[in-house]
Design a protein around this ligand. Sequence first.
Ligand SMILES: [Mg+2]
Length: 126
Amino acid sequence: MAKRKILIADDNQQIRLLVGAALRSLGHDIVQAVDGEDALEKAIAEQPDLVLLDVTMPKLDGFEVLGFLRKQPETASTKVIMLTTAAQQDDLQHGADLGCDEYLTKPFDPKALRAVVEKVVAEMDS
Ligand SMILES: [Mg+2]
């Protein structure tokens, strides 16, 4: 599997640490963002292959960030996995409408995280 640059956008430091460790163990490069504005700036500046995007964040929520990313030519096709606390049908539909690629429901274990990331990365490789 090719090494990828992955942006983790979550206001919860514990989540960033957990996700970062799990994905570094797969050999990927990790960039972190601490809120929605930071996520947007880093998605544009760093051009990650994949963004793990928390829904509930200060400044801009994950849906707002996703909407902006999809409107920018540089990030329109960047892969996005949304991180939600509850897989509420409204959230799933909203994310799908905005063009997210996958969902991961918190709390998740590193194994589930690696599985969904590997699936999305495999789609990029194919
Ligand atoms: Mg949050």
